[in-house]
Design a protein around this ligand. Structure first.
Ligand code: PLP
Length: 384
């Protein structure tokens, strides 16, 4: 059989990796009588905190709400300017908007698609009140970016949606030296709860703020109010979101966390297999250009040859039964942001130049070598 044999099973882009233990963990919560945020969520927070070395982890409903809470915690004046790389999911920029601030869209580095230090430096010189960095595809941002913000006294929020399991000179991504790191447990992420997220921080005050903000700003959560013998009183000092992570979903993430290392190890093997073949091709470039053994290996992104129609490659891969995705359409190309989000002083030339060329290949812990080779064969077959 060859890879072009359509009787072969499809290879989806990023299906969730669910084992019987996950099903049992969720079923246990269903049987247990407490579905919303409670002891299972607390256990997830404690286990995650221990794994990444963060003193505080607050589980929430999504990375988006973690980002919203992190930006709100700065209590910036309406209209304050927050730098955001344009090469990200729209949630990074919209969380700035929802806090009444203005996202200033910044260009990226061509080798990593992470925010470019030069773009950050120029934006700081022009005037920034805060900076959001995105560890794209699981590769952490250039340390120069954090140093620039620190030197300017600008708070940094880490969009770590792709970066659970990643580390840099600071250690595992956990919000060291920043406001905090915001993780996603969305269905396609390295660790999933279906929908969910968490804010990791080294700032106790922020952790308390996040615990209150994830539940309307209440001073006492539902577990604290409804369990037998608990005190039912609460206060609201600042209206919050409804962004708690129910135990029903936390149970899935907690179960997945038990085998996270094994899942990450398999991702790394697939990445190495892809790299070995694709780095030999003249027509394609891998992002990040150099392998990084501290990456979370969330995405495997190639830059297709200039001038090649990406839609044709996507269609060719689909015809071979292979799912692909695009990360990302730059934020400044969306109508609303075009009209409401200024660009940084260096412009977004690199993002514009590369926007039509990025393609994400299937990457997940369940991908076999045979499937990875089918992906490679199909990719090579669609290239000129
Ligand atoms: C870079 C980035 N930031 C934020 C998010 C939002 O994550 P969530 O769906 O958990 O809100 C995503 C989701 O894919 C993302 O890729």
């Amino acid at each position: 059989m060859t890879a072009s044999d359509l009787t072969l099973s499809p290879i989806p882009f990023a299906p969730p990796q669910i084992v019987e233990a996950d099903v049992e963990a969720v079923a246990d919560v269903l049987r247990g009588g407490w579905l919303s945020t409670g002891p299972v969520c607390s256990q997830l927070e404690a286990d995650l905190a221990e794994r990444i070395g963060a003193p505080h982890v607050v589980a929430v409903s999504s990375c988006t709400t973690a980002l919203q809470i992190a930006v709100r915690s700065l209590h910036l004046a309406p209209g304050s300017r927050v730098g955001v790389p344009t090469w990200t999911f729209v949630a990074s920029a919209s969380s700035v908007v929802h806090a009444g601030c203005v996202p200033v869209l910044l260009d990226v580095d061509a080798d990593t698609l992470n925010v470019s230090p030069a773009a950050v430096e120029a934006a700081i010189a022009e005037g920034l009140d805060a900076l959001m960095v995105v560890h794209f595809a699981g590769r952490t941002v250039d340390p120069a970016v954090l140093a620039l913000a620190e030197a300017a006294g600008i708070p940094v929020i880490e969009d770590a949606a792709h970066a659970l399991g990643a580390s840099d000179d600071r250690g595992p991504v956990s919000g060291v030296g920043t406001v905090g790191a915001c993780f996603s447990f969305y269905a396609t992420k390295n660790l999933t709860s279906g929908e969910g997220g968490a804010l990791a921080t080294h700032d106790e005050e922020l952790a308390q703020y996040a615990r209150s903000q994830r539940l309307h700003g209440l001073s006492n959560d539902a577990w604290g109010r409804y369990r037998i013998g608990a005190t039912p009183e609460y206060d609201v000092v600042e209206p919050g979101l409804k962004a708690n992570l129910p135990d029903l979903l936390a149970a899935l993430a907690l179960s997945q966390l038990q085998r996270f290392d094994a899942m990450q190890a398999r991702r790394r093997e697939v990445v190495q297999r892809y790299r070995a073949t694709i780095s030999e091709l003249d027509s394609c470039r891998i992002v990040p250009t150099t392998a990084d053994d501290r990456s979370a290996d969330h995405l495997f992104v190639v830059l297709l040859p200039e001038g090649l129609d990406r839609a044709e490659v996507v269609a060719g891969m689909a015809a071979a039964g292979i799912g692909t995705s695009v990360h990302f359409r730059p934020v400044h190309t969306f109508s609303w942001f075009r009209d409401h989000a200024p660009l940084g002083p260096t412009g977004v030339g690199t993002a514009d130049r590369l926007a039509g060329r990025a393609l994400s290949l299937p990457l997940h812990a369940g991908l076999t070598d045979v499937e990875a080779d089918r992906v490679l064969e199909a990719l090579v077959g669609t290239l000129p």
